[in-house]
Write a protein that binds this ligand. Sequence first.
Ligand code: 13P
Length: 265
Amino acid sequence: MTTPKADRVPLIAGNWKLNQDHLQAIALVQKLAWTLQDGKHDHAAVEVAVFPPFTDLRSVQTLVSAEKFELRFGAQDVSQHESGAHTGEVSASMLAKLECAYAIVGHSERRQDHHETDAVVGRKAAAALQHGVTPVICVGETAEDLEQHGASAVPVQQLRDVLAELPDSGEIVVAYEPVWAIGSGQAATSEQAQQVCQALRQTIAEVRGDEAAAATRILYGGSVKSGNIAGFMREPDVDGALVGGASLDAAEFAAIARYRQHVGT
Ligand SMILES: O=C(CO)COP(=O)(O)O
């Protein structure tokens, strides 16, 4: 099923991972916001968001609100718990208080390093939704999965299992990040990304209904750069990108966000 993408505002999201202390974060956000401003970035047409480490969020929030930067931000993870004896966790209500628009859940690096299952990822997404924080639900297959099951099977099943933990309504964003494409310089082709994003949208339609599927933004992530973003954005079911390494360079990330200008799409 292919639904018109005109109504979905593209989202260019920068996942900083374990990079940038809060002082570096201030400098990077300033540079990014100024570069976007100088390039006359149309924020209504393409939304830009950054995902710094937890320790940077208060600084980023203060800066963005003081300077009225048209930049949104979110966390790279969120606890499934509300409060209590959960050392090291950060709750969705804490993120909401910091005006985080988003929280990434289920990034493959957390699935790998912290053994997060789809059920845990689903509960994290549910906790975010409960506090008005939009979860960015990451799914994606490994190189082995790709070889054994093709591209769509694993991400579709992951999404199904995550959605099973969620209420029927509430905004979500889905990010398709093939594990083999992350940090490898080997991005998926735009056709591959489209094929899986379309299957993910179909899954959303089956679980949450056609209207939700048509409204949900599905991002591609994995070695996205200014040189390949336009190809992904031409695909009917790709509504943006989740960018890792290239989001740490303000000029490069701004160029990704301005994909419309440099290719005239
Ligand atoms: O994991 C990613 C974003 O969440 C992608 O990382 P890279 O853009 O560095 O490949």
